[in-house]
Design a protein around this ligand. Sequence first.
Ligand SMILES: *Cc1c(COP(=O)(O)O)cnc(C)c1O
Length: 368
Amino acid sequence: MSFIPLMRPNITEDDIKTVCEVLRSGMLVQGKHVEQLENRLIQTFQGKFASALSNGTATLHLALKVLGIGPGDEVIVPAFSFMATANVVELIGATPVFVDIDIDTFNIDPTLIEAAITTRTRAIIPVHEFGLSAEIGEIMNIAAKYSLHVIEDAACALGATENGRHVGTFGDFGSFSFHPRKAITTGEGGALLTNKPDLHKTVQILRNHGIQMKDGEIDFSDFGYNYRLTDFQAALFNSQFARLPQIIETRQKLAAIYLSELKAYPQFKLPSVPPGKNHTWQTFHILIPDYIDRGNVIEKMRSYGIGTNYGAQCMPFMNSFRRKYNLDCHRHFPNALKAYLQGLALPLYEGLTPQDIHVCVNTLIKST
Ligand SMILES: *Cc1c(COP(=O)(O)O)cnc(C)c1O
């Protein structure tokens, strides 16, 4: 019996050839392929500036750093996301303030944001969860009203749009990840988009040890990091990026098959796509009924040869944040908790066939 994994990166022979050429060239770090990656993002997404960085956590961390956020500051994050979204706020020394999500979209509920704003709030990090744009228009309005920065965590949402405009180009920064769980992967990798030249300049300096050229000489003007991306990783990205429209189209077709097959089973809550949003389906995520143990379902499906997993975490419910803040998640973040405890991500990748999806759905029924 062949195993259907949750996700399988689609690396073609052409992709491999491109990487090998860079390895043979001897130029391995932050060279012309990194520059090309940045130019492609700018051209395709119509942002102004892009910086390739080593991963989609470094991007968020550097964005907070460049915006001058630190101890004493509060940053609003959705209660449901991959842990990196809130971890970076801790790493910079600020305090994450969690806001519950909309259970229909799994994105931050914009109607709850204003109540979470205090005199210490400096920024909002909306997440475009699973490839679906958050209510970014409303979030930008709230941010403008209270003079807050916005860092879009678009790690899952490369190519997703809101009314035709690419996510990652609305806020001060847009952050992307190229981890193997995302639609395009460089193994590890990420990129930071911004429309503001001064922010971009600081990103470029801090990702490379604080090096700045002054009158033809190297000057260390600030304490920097090493958040560079290698050139062979960038080449791998560029090779795949040419296929992005097809990758998204394939994922949308596969998601549509899931939706039509699962419609017959009202016990599952299916993801919905509000108008104006182009969902790129990094993850196909459903909610199973609360009388069924999700861990058991994952185990059973694995035994039948299907890889599934939970989608993301209710972050304040995880031990690290629970130990520090001890928040009552049942009371404050009921939707995030539900999405975490009853959420199930089903296999979705380019090589998946309609027949595979049929098998996945039948196995889900058999396992619940
Ligand atoms: C994957 C992901 C990240 C982290 O990206 P890495 O490249 O793995 O560091 C951050 N936020 C969200 C929402 C993610 O899905």
